[in-house]
Design a protein around this ligand. Sequence first.
Ligand SMILES: [Zn+2]
Length: 88
Amino acid sequence: MENKCPNCGRKLSIFYIKQECDQCGCNLLYYDMENRMEEDAKKAKEEYDRLYAIVNFILGPLIRFQQRRNEKKSAKKQETTEEVSSEK
Ligand SMILES: [Zn+2]
């Protein structure tokens, strides 16, 4: 990775430990921090979307199957409770 000031382009040693660039005084630590965080968030979202797509691909049918089974079960339960209440 090239180590230079992002503001003025001055080359900095890898061992340059000051927070500010000696030439322009810009804060190297926080320079462009927001953009970088946004970039990271975007990347994380992309990663999440990809992961979600994979998980959905694998688990989607399983979840739908489970849901259908639960719906059937609850439908049956409702039927029986209705029967019981109408018998009374
Ligand atoms: Zn600079």
